[in-house]
Design a protein around this ligand. Structure first.
Ligand code: AMP
Length: 128
């Protein structure tokens, strides 16, 4: 497997402090910040600090420590935003667009956390 990471992407620039972001949470290996064009009252992006292009790159090459940190960061953000059902929240959706068919715009792995309003079904039915 070969993955080519573009260090000029916008999330790499956020990680280097070259452009601002509205931080929600920072951990050893992860950063969460508000999406610049929110599609729901809660729309936060969680990214690993490491140079991973997408979900399969992260799964293949990230350390166990990074993967645990990232997974726990997502959970912590959901709780902090008040959307975690386990703590009385109304729920949320995680989206990780990876590659062309998924229309991934920023080539640094990220998970969208969306919530704060009822979300429509995931996708329209095939052929519908
Ligand atoms: P995706 O299509 O999954 O790659 O989504 C990329 C997301 O990054 C979009 O929801 C954008 O609104 C968001 N985005 C792009 N630039 C920034 C930025 N500078 N700060 C925060 N979010 C951004």
């Amino acid at each position: 497997m070969t993955y080519s990471y573009d260090p000029g992407n916008v999330f790499a620039r956020i990680l280097r402090g070259e452009i601002p972001s509205r931080t929600v949470l920072e951990t050893d290996h992860s950063l969460a910040f508000h999406d610049i064009a929110p599609q729901a009252p809660c729309h936060v992006l969680v990214i690993p600090k490491g140079a991973y292009v997408n979900a399969d790159h992260f799964a293949a090459e990230a350390s166990a420590e990074e993967i645990v940190d990232f997974t726990r960061a997502i959970g912590a953000v959901c709780r902090a935003l008040g959307v975690a059902p386990g703590e009385g929240g109304d729920g949320y959706r995680l989206i990780a667009n990876s590659g062309r068919d998924a229309v991934q715009e920023v080539p640094h792995y990220h998970v969208h956390i969306l919530g704060g309003r009822p979300l429509s079904r995931m996708l329209p039915p095939m052929g519908g």
